[in-house]
Design a protein around this ligand. Structure first.
Ligand code: SF4
Length: 392
């Protein structure tokens, strides 16, 4: 399929995490243009490559080596093509290949399948990257090419909507009893999987139906929050978000309180504050656009930022400097690539073979993250075992 054609419905699957929580957001967002970034176009290209790989693997007869090579050659002429796409989409393909080979028989596979979940969501449809059916399990696998944050497959509404669409399409032919959802983010080294019984998916469908009815009519309560507001197109001007953040920043709790806050409160304030900083930067970005467009934002104006100097022609300037006796060593510095850059340049496999044994992993600086983060918690408190060792 042409990935450019991934049109969006009002209640899109990718925006479900937002309109399920904040039902009026879908209609409010309609007032703002749906812009695509280079990152999104890059993701589209990576999806096209991944699709070719899966077609070549599952439909080798119709999509043989020659056809595959010709398609990939075409993709390589695209402006946003990067050689690393090949390695990253290979991780996605390898996962699916390993999963398919783990089944007792060859699974049914559908690649870039348009799924229809309009029985639950008005005009609801989407494109599932890969669907596999084997035994009583429906597998829905999604490739996310972004470098942002790892996304969990657990109760992921976008994936559950795709699964509902796939269930609608295949339940006549297959006795589906279990749902397996997978999100692969190769650039973040993240593969998230979640499995649930069919009953749980159908319960979700009922919840979705109610929320979608409110959302399509622009009804229900606004529900600002870090997750749902983050990519909302109304994020800079939404009144509910503005009021919530002002409340969180300046008046999170009422009543008479002791002069020092407790750790419990500290945790609460950190959670409150998460969206405040983002909201302020969204607000600033929007206000700057307004000022530049000549519209008044009382108390604010746009000015030229600090400029920087640059050569009109660096090579010509360096030639002059060298002619005047400035040594070349003064003009250039020799700088080693970082370990990650070297690995990227020569490839993971060769890197591991040649110098893999010469790499040490230094512990990172302690960082504060949310409890839901998968990394193990650390503490400075010495364990009884360590204290005993030290005494010895
Ligand atoms: S910015 Fe947040 S609160 Fe406002 S409509 Fe969007 S998701 Fe809802």
């Amino acid at each position: 399929m042409n990935h450019q054609e991934r049109t969006h419905a009002v209640l899109s699957a990718s925006g479900a995490h937002r309109w399920l929580l904040c039902t009026p957001s879908a209609r409010l967002e309609e007032q703002f243009p749906d812009t695509t970034s280079d990152a999104a176009r890059e993701g589209t290209l990576a999806h096209e490559l991944a699709e070719m790989k899966l077609r070549h693997y599952f439909q080798t007869k119709e999509f043989g080596k020659r056809k595959y090579n010709a398609e990939v050659k075409k993709l390589k002429t695209e402006e946003l093509w990067q050689d690393e796409m090949d390695g990253y989409t290979e991780i996605y393909k390898d996962y699916i290949k390993t999963l398919a080979l783990s089944f007792p028989a060859e699974p049914y596979s559908a690649i870039e399948k348009r799924v229809d979940f309009s029985q639950y969501v008005p005009d609801g449809f989407g494109t599932a990257d890969c669907i596999l059916l084997s035994g009583n399990t429906l597998h829905v696998i999604d490739l996310k090419y972004g470098k942002g944050v790892p996304v969990s497959a657990e109760e992921n509404p976008q994936m559950m909507l795709y699964a509902l669409g796939a269930y609608q399409a295949y339940s006549f032919l297959y006795d589906i009893r279990s749902i397996h959802l997978v999100i692969i983010q190769p650039r973040l080294d993240s593969i998230s999987e979640w499995e649930c019984p069919l009953g749980e998916l159908l319960e979700f469908a009922e919840y979705v139906k109610d929320r979608a009815k409110l959302a399509i009519n622009g009804e229900g309560e606004f529900c600002p929050g870090e997750k749902q507001c983050r990519f909302c197109r109304a994020k800079a001007q939404c009144r509910a978000r503005a009021e919530e953040n002002v409340k969180l920043a300046f008046n999170p709790d009422k009543g008479k309180l002791p002069p020092l806050i407790s750790n419990k409160e500290m945790g609460k304030y950190l959670a409150y504050g998460e969206d405040v900083a983002k909201w302020l930067s969204d607000l600033k970005e929007h206000a700057l656009k307004e000022c530049l467009a000549g519209r008044e934002v009382p108390g604010w104006k746009a000015v030229e930022g600090r400029g920087s100097r640059d050569w009109t022609d660096m090579d010509a300037a360096f030639e002059v400097l060298k002619e005047k006796g400035i040594a070349e060593e003064i003009l250039y510095e020799k700088k080693a690539l970082t370990l990650a850059q070297v690995e990227k340049t020569i490839g993971k496999k060769d890197f591991a073979e040649m110098v893999g044994g010469m790499v040490v992993k230094n512990p990172g600086k302690p960082t504060l993250v949310k409890e839901s983060d998968k990394r193990e918690a650390i503490t400075n408190k010495i364990t009884a075992e360590k204290a005993f060792q030290e005494e010895q």
